[in-house]
Ligand binder design. Structure first.
Ligand code: PEP
Length: 262
């Protein structure tokens, strides 16, 4: 099942992870703004560390770029030392928040139930949750990828209010930061299954959501990913830390979108 909308822009999200001091975050943002010249063929979202959100927000305000958090806690306030709420992310100007990134599932033991609460909290505060899902190498080798990913999608979205916007980012764990991207065929097949599941089991159709691929995306492969029928954009880690490399990804996504006239 192909995406329905032809006029929607590719969504390209840069996840800086735990990288960037104040000065380097500002420099990266400025260089990216210069490289893209307020380019508007893609929706570009920057997810810096919490400590740089305000500085990046000040620089991109008035441009087409949007701000996202890398994580948020599913309570509005209170005795949760070290956490940052979805309300706080909204307060500093975020429009998006990553939820359930595999690095948090792995290193911080986040489970699907906790992730579902984050999706609910994000949506309740006007943020678009970017639900990250993806199988490990073991699950893929066992031939269980689709079942595993659809279960993550089902649980992760189980508390999302009807009609709320969201993003699903399919990021196979074995492809993140390894230089070994999934094939365009495999990534598209997985997102096609997610799209069909959303439609058949939940009655949700585009444009309520975007489906992204993530995992070693760079300027050499983005155009082919975006040209696929069910890939609406990309979540980019490593390549988002270099302004020229990330700008090349954004421009490549715009080319992939135009070529196929999706
Ligand atoms: C990510 O962190 O979400 C990611 C996809 O990283 P990379 O692009 O470096 O594989």
């Amino acid at each position: 099942m192909a995406k329905v909308s032809s006029e929607r822009k590719p969504l390209i999200i840069g996840n800086w992870k735990m990288n960037g001091m104040s000065a380097t975050s500002r420099a990266l943002t400025r260089e990216l703004m210069q490289a893209l010249h307020n380019h508007d063929a893609c929706e570009v979202v920057l997810c810096p560390p919490f400590t740089a959100l305000t500085q990046v927000r000040e620089l991109i305000s008035g441009t087409n770029m949007r701000l996202g958090g890398q994580n948020g806690f599913p309570a509005d306030k209170g005795a949760f030392t070290g956490e940052v709420s979805m309300a706080m992310l909204r307060d500093v100007g975020c429009d998006y928040v990553l939820v359930g990134h595999s690095e948090r599932r792995q290193h911080l033991a986040e489970d699907d139930g906790f992730i579902a609460r984050k999706v609910f909290a994000a949506s309740g505060h006007g943020l678009t949750p970017v639900l990250c899902v993806g199988e490990s190498r073991e699950v893929r080798l066992a031939g269980e990828s689709e079942r595993f990913v659809l279960r993550q999608v089902e649980t992760g979205l189980s508390m999302l209010p009807h009609g709320a916007s969201f993003v699903v980012a399919y990021e196979p764990v074995w492809a993140i930061g390894t230089g070994l991207a999934a094939t365009t065929h495999d990534a598209n097949a997985m997102l096609s299954s997610v799209r069909a599941w959303l439609c058949e089991k939940r009655g949700i159709l585009a444009p309520n959501f975007n489906l992204l691929y993530g995992g070693s995306v760079d300027s050499s492969n983005i155009t082919d990913f975006i040209a696929q029928s069910d890939i609406d954009g990309a979540l980019v880690g490593g390549a988002s830390l270099n302004a020229q490399a990330f700008a090349a990804v954004v421009l490549g996504a715009a080319r992939g979108h135009t070529c196929t006239n999706k």
